[in-house]
Ligand binder design. Structure first.
Ligand SMILES: Nc1ncnc2c1ncn2[C@@H]1O[C@H](COP(=O)(O)OP(=O)(O)OP(=O)(O)O)[C@@H](O)[C@H]1O
Ligand SMILES: [Mg+2]
Length: 300
C-alpha cells in the first residue's frame, strides 16, 4: 500500500519483517500522521525511526552477548575439568601405545577432537569475558612482527593448500598500544577464514597491506576467494553466524575479532563482492591509548 501526500509518499507494508501482520488500524493511523506532517517533519520522523531501529539492533546484540556470557560461565566450568581428564587419559594411552599400533591413530583423532572442544570453550570464554580484560595486557607492539608470528603459525596450512601470501608493509610503521595476544587472534581469525574460503579456488592468494593513515594504522587483508554475497555481508560479524558445515565453524571468529578491535578504539570492516574476493580492513588508533600509556609511564 502507498500512502501519499503531495510530493511525498511512503509504502506501508501489510507484514512486518518478523512476519507479524500490521493492523489496518495502524496503517490508517500512519496515513493520518503522514497527512498531518510537512515534508521536513516527515523526514525527521523517519530519521528518528531509523535511529530507534539502530538502537534496537544494538540492544539485541547486547542481549545475545549477555546470554552467551551466562551460558559460557556454566559450560566452561562444567566442561573444562572432565575434558582435561579425558585428554590426560587419551595422552596416557598414547604414551603406552607404539606408533605402529593400529589403535594409535584412533587415539590421535580422539586427542584432536578433545583439543577442538577445548578451543571452542576457550573461544566462548574469551568472548564473554571480553569486557573484563579491557586495558589489561596493553603494550606498544609492532604489527608487522605479530603478522609474521601469525603467518608462521599458519605456515603449514598455507603451504599445504598452495596459498601465496604477499605482504606490502610500509617501511617505518609506528608501534601500536595493544594487547598483542588479542590482535594476533584477530589476524589468525581473518587469515584462517581466508584460507578456508580459498579451498575450492584455482587462484589462491592472500594479500596483506599495512600503512599509516593519519592517526590510524591500517591493515588490509584481502583474498582471491569467492567473496561474500551482499545479503550475507552484513551478518558476518554477528555472533554465531556461520556458513560453514556443522562442526566446522562456530561463527564466533569475526564477532570476537570485531569486539577486540573496538576495544582498542579501532574499527574492523569487510568489503566484498561475489567472485571478487573479500577484503578485511583493520584500523587501529596510533595516538589515543598511546598518550594515556605514555602518561602512566612517565608519571606526568
Ligand atoms: N575471507 C572470506 N571469504 C568468504 N567468506 C568469508 C570470509 N571470511 C568470513 N567469511 C564468512 O563469514 C562467516 C563468519 O565468519 P566467522 O569467522 O565469524 O565464523 P566461522 O569461520 O564460520 O567460524 P569460526 O568461529 O570457527 O571462526 C563464515 O562462515 C564465512 O561464511
Ligand atoms: Mg572463522
Amino acid at each position: 500500500m502507498v500512502v501519499s501526500r503531495g510530493d511525498c509518499s511512503i509504502r506501508a507494508f501489510k507484514y512486518a519483517p518478523s512476519g507479524l501482520e500490521i493492523s489496518d488500524d495502524l496503517i490508517a493511523r500512519t496515513k493520518e500522521t503522514v497527512n498531518a506532517l510537512s515534508k521536513e517533519e516527515l523526514m525527521k520522523e523517519l530519521q528518528n525511526t531509523v535511529k530507534q531501529l539502530d538502537f534496537s539492533k544494538k540492544m539485541i546484540h547486547l542481549e545475545k552477548m549477555s546470554a552467551v556470557g551466562l551460558l559460557t560461565a556454566g559450560i566452561a566450568h562444567e566442561l573444562n575439568n572432565p575434558m582435561m581428564g579425558i585428554l590426560n587419559y587419551v595422552q596416557y594411552c598414547m604414551e603406552h601405545t607404539p606408533r605402529e599400533d593400529k589403535r594409535y591413530p584412533v587415539m590421535k583423532d580422539a586427542e584432536r577432537e578433545i583439543l577442538r572442544c577445548n578451543s571452542l570453550v576457550s573461544d566462548l570464554v574469551s568472548y564473554s569475558r571480553m569486557e573484563d580484560t579491557e586495558e589489561k595486557g596493553y603494550q606498544l607492539e609492532n604489527c608487522s612482527i605479530l603478522l609474521e608470528q601469525t603467518l608462521s603459525l599458519l605456515s603449514y596450512r598455507l603451504t599445504e593448500s598452495n596459498i601465496q601470501v604477499r605482504q606490502h608493509l610500509a617501511p617505518g610503521l609506528p608501534p601500536v598500544l595493544m594487547n598483542p595476544n588479542q590482535i594476533k587472534q584477530v589476524f589468525l581469525n581473518i587469515l584462517s577464514n581466508a584460507a578456508d574460503a580459498l579451498k575450492p579456488c584455482k587462484t589462491k592468494w592472500i594479500d596483506i597491506r599495512a600503512l599509516r593513515d593519519g592517526r590510524f594504522l591500517k591493515i588490509v587483508i584481502s583474498d582471491s576467494g569467492p567473496g561474500i554475497l551482499p545479503e550475507i555481508l552484513h551478518k558476518i560479524f554477528e555472533p554465531f553466524f556461520t556458513m560453514k558445515p556443522t562442526g566446522k565453524g562456530t561463527g564466533l571468529g569475526l564477532s570476537i575479532s570485531q569486539n577486540i578491535i573496538k576495544m582498542h578504539g579501532g574499527n574492523l570492516e569487510c568489503r566484498s563482492s561475489p567472485g571478487k574476493g573479500a577484503s578485511f580492513e583493520i584500523s587501529l588508533p596510533l595516538s589515543a591509548k598511546g598518550k594515556s600509556h605514555e602518561k602512566k609511564n612517565t608519571g606526568h
